[in-house]
Design a protein around this ligand. Sequence first.
Ligand code: E4P
Length: 214
Amino acid sequence: MKLFLDTANIGEIREAWGWGVIDGVTTNPSLVSKEGRKFEDVLREVCSIVDGPVSAEVVSTDHEGMVKEGRALARINRRIVVKVPMTAEGLRATKTLSSETIRTNVTLVFSANQALLAAKAGATFVSPFIGRLDDVGNEGMQIIEDIVASYSHYSYRTEVLVASVRHPVHLVQAAKLGAHIATLPFPVLKSMIRHPLTDIGLERFLKDWERVPK
Ligand code: E4P
C-alpha cells in the first residue's frame, strides 16, 4: 500500500520524506490555510521535496472554473494531481481534465456509489473520507471494503485513496482490504513507528552492549 502524507506543512513533509516511507502528499483548503502562505508557494516547495503525486484542490464549484483552476495547478508542476469535489460539476471537470491527461483526485467521497461515478469519469484517485463517516456514527471502513470489492470486477484505473485517517488501526484495516493508498496526518505516521517493546528492547540491547569488552 502506498502512503501519502495529509498535510501542507513543509517541516512535516521534509521529515517524513526523509524516512523513505512516503509516496506522495495530499492537501486540502483547510490544511493550506493553516500554513498562512500563498498556495502556489506551498505547492512549489512540496513538489521540490516529494517525488510523487501532490494533490492540490480547486475551490471553484462550476465546471468551467474547476477546469481553469485545474489546468493552472497542473502547470505548476508535473507532480500535481488536481483535487476535485464529488459533485455533478466535479465529475464533468474530472472527465475534461482526464481527457487532457491531467491527473485528478475526486474528494469528499462518502459512498461506494460516488466512488463508482468517480471511476467512470476517469479519476486517477478516489478519496473516501472514513474518519468523518466514523464521526457521524457510520462504519467508515465499510465503504472501503465496498469500493475495493466493486472495483475488483472491472478494469477501472482509479486507485482507492483512503482519506480522513485518524489512527494507526485504520491503516491496518485499509491494507487488509487492499486499498491502493492511505493518506495520513503526520502524528498518525509517527504513531505507526513507535512501539513500547521496541523502545524497551533497544534500551536493553544498548545496556548489554556496554558490558561487551572493548
Ligand atoms: C485528504 O485528502 C482529505 O482532505 C483529508 O484526509 C481529510 O481529513 P479530515 O477529515 O481529518 O479533515
